[in-house]
Design a binder for this molecule. Structure first.
Ligand code: NAD
Length: 365
């Protein structure tokens, strides 16, 4: 036996856990559980169907094991596609019963934002870890209630901000932290799409369910300004408006906003349902860097003033996000995007709304 390997290590290497105990070692080495955590998706709409369920076929640390849906016609389709047993199928009235189901470790809330608090709290009260989609909830009070429920029930809570798991985004977060190009002197960011929500029942048109560009897309540039600078704004102002009043009479179709930081930096942001934008431009003392697109499901890429290329990451973004979040649960570590991060953005969203009502006045945070 090599001098560098102790007898205990040798026994571990040769897999002789039993031998270890028979030799009288006090601590038996138990192999780390490798099994995947079970996820139940709550709300089987476009995002669950198009991105999360396919992502959960690629994940190493978690897999799709349950569904919560109010649409009975979706049940057989999902059961067949994902091999979900009858016992793991719930509707919104029965979802609290997931408390008795050991197959399910995580509730992933993918319903309209106006329902996130209700569904996340049911999940936490059932003793399940909670992944909550963005925007976290309607206001600070709801976000706080979700955080409190998770703390009280000792479950992890994370918000589905996928960008913070994306490698190029992580690189520019590092540039900000380490001041690779010097201190940040300017920041402009936008996320929006030129689209239409023609169905009058679409929740994206409904202010009570979290509709409007600012809640839906505006949280991307808000979150980006915060993660890129690593700072919290001290004041914000903004303007919400609609041009296609026939569709967006009750919510904003466009929002422009500014975020002021304690060091005097003013970040500019925009979001829209009527104009495409997808960028994060950062100016610093000794150069610049940018991501464009900055929040697409794939192809996020960038460049810097010294010619560094940030090429697109080929991996499935949501699979990476869910694996990171599952690993944080398995290893009992702080998740990359804790609930407080979602709350901070909602605080800013509400202040921008208030500013718009007050003629674009600065609102102190
Ligand atoms: P969607 O309208 O396609 O799906 C919403 C689902 O919620 C549907 O299955 C619907 O039946 C269900 N639902 C339950 N109760 C409802 C009610 N009272 N009213 C309306 N629908 C109800 O929406 P989506 O695009 O899948 O968005 C769902 C959530 O996912 C939102 O929070 C959204 O912001 C988020 N999302 C996140 C990303 C991302 O990149 N992280 C992308 C898209 C959507």
């Amino acid at each position: 036996m090599s001098k560098n390997i102790s007898r205990k290590q040798f026994l571990i290497k040769t897999g002789s856990a039993l031998a270890l105990s028979s030799f009288g070692f006090p601590n038996i080495i138990i192999p780390k559980r490798k099994e995947k955590l079970g996820v139940a998706l709550v709300g089987l709409g476009r995002y669950s169907t198009g991105r999360l369920a396919p992502g959960l076929k690629l994940t190493e640390h978690c897999e799709l094991r349950g569904i919560v849906t109010g649409s009975p016609e979706k049940i057989p389709v999902w059961q067949e596609e994902h091999g979900i047993p009858d016992n793991n199928v719930y509707n919104y009235e029965t979802m609290h019963e997931v408390a008795n189901n050991d197959d399910i470790d995580i509730i992933y809330v993918v319903t309209p934002p106006g329902l996130h608090a209700e569904h996340s709290i049911i999940g936490a009260e059932a003793g399940k870890h909670v992944w909550c989609e963005k925007p976290m909830a309607m206001d600070e009070e709801e976000c706080r209630a979700i955080i409190d429920a998770a703390n009280k029930n000792r479950v992890q809570l994370t918000v589905g901000y996928r960008m913070q798991h994306e490698p190029n985004t992580q690189t520019i977060i590092k540039y900000g932290r380490e001041e690779t190009y010097g201190a940040i002197t300017g920041l402009e960011t936008g996320a929006g799409y030129s689209g239409a929500h023609r169905d009058p029942d679409d929740w994206r048109r409904n202010p009570d369910l979290g509709g409007g560009a600012l809640y839906d897309m505006g949280v991307y540039p808000i979150n980006a300004a915060r993660y890129a600078t690593g700072m919290e704004p001290v004041a914000v102002r903004g303007k919400l408006w609609s041009e296609r009043e026939e569709m967006y009479s009750d919510v904003d179709e466009f929002t422009d906003f500014e975020m002021e930081f304690a060091n005097g930096l003013i970040a500019k942001g925009e979001t829209s349902f009527g104009k495409s934008s997808n960028y994060l431009n950062v100016d610093a003392e000794n150069g610049w860097y940018r991501l464009e697109p900055m929040q697409s499901y794939s192809g996020v890429q960038g460049e810097t003033s010294d010619g560094t290329e940030l090429p697109p990451d080929p991996d499935h973004q949501q699979a990476r996000q869910m694996d990171n979040d599952a690993l944080a649960i398995k290893e009992n570590k702080e998740p990359i995007v804790p609930g407080e991060d979602g709350l901070a953005d909602i605080r800013i969203v509400k202040a921008i709304m208030e500013s718009s009502r007050r003629g674009e006045e600065w609102i102190q945070l």
